[in-house]
Design a binder for this molecule. Structure first.
Ligand code: OAA
Ligand code: MG
Length: 218
């Protein structure tokens, strides 16, 4: 039997619901820093990580620029989210509209970086979800080099391995380790049902305390 897709596993999910489920499993350090935000409120993430790591460039005027980036981006697959670890660099925009165009053609599910992006005006209204700490006009050439892909990266102290599941929305980004994805999906489904019952009760009575006594969630 084929594996269920992430959309089938998570018909309803949010970064908060995923964080609650991970708390339940005592995995309490799975969310990125609150300054990693979507470029547009409509941008959400659900997909498996494809990891890249960038470091300060070794040469300011490389004879052949973008080598690591170009090589890595030939390997990203449909449905994956590009996770661009930069060590929270503010040196350059590591993501832009041309990389996005290639990723849309490859049906990549989104991009996430602890660094900065550029070409925001062209990307903000588009459907491709991009999460970052902000924008800067500087190019990565001569500033940041992609030195690894397909290896674990750490963003904001949260380890992300290739294949881990990312859930992102206006609240932020939650990282679900691949091996607990099925269990997290069950816990999220339970919490969605409990929250639905809680919401109906509290809308009627106006008492959080009563609803909490009955349903045990918040
Ligand atoms: O040059 C870069 O690295 C990013 C960029 O502007 C683009 O993808 O359009
Ligand atoms: Mg550009």
């Amino acid at each position: 039997m084929s594996q269920p897709s992430l959309r089938q596993l998570f018909p309803t999910v949010s970064s908060a619901l995923a964080a609650d489920a991970l708390d339940h499993l005592n995995l309490t350090n799975q969310c990125l820093a609150p300054d990693v935000v979507p470029l547009s409120p409509s941008h959400t993430l659900l997909g498996r990580a494809f990891c890249l790591r960038a470091e300060p460039a070794r040469e300011i005027r490389p004879a052949v620029p973008y080598q690591g980036l170009l090589h890595a981006m030939e390997h990203v697959q449909a449905g994956e989210i590009v996770v661009f670890g930069t060590g929270r660099s503010g040196a350059a925009g590591v993501w832009g509209e041309l990389i996005t165009t290639a990723c849309r053609t490859r049906r990549v599910a989104g991009a996430l970086t602890d660094g900065l992006i550029r070409d925001a005006a062209k990307l903000a209204g588009g459907p491709f979800p991009i999460f970052s700490r902000g924008t800067v006009p500087y190019d990565s050439k001569g500033r940041l080099d992609v030195v690894a892909y397909g290896e674990p990266v750490t963003l904001d102290g949260v380890p992300i391995r290739p294949g881990d599941v990312l859930v992102g929305d206006l609240d932020g980004v939650t990282v679900i380790p691949a091996e607990v994805t099925g269990r997290v999906a069950e816990l999220v489904a339970d919490k969605v049902a409990a929250e639905d019952a809680f919401r109906a009760a509290v809308a009627e009575s106006g008492s959080l305390a009563d609803a909490f006594r009955r349903y045990g969630v918040l």
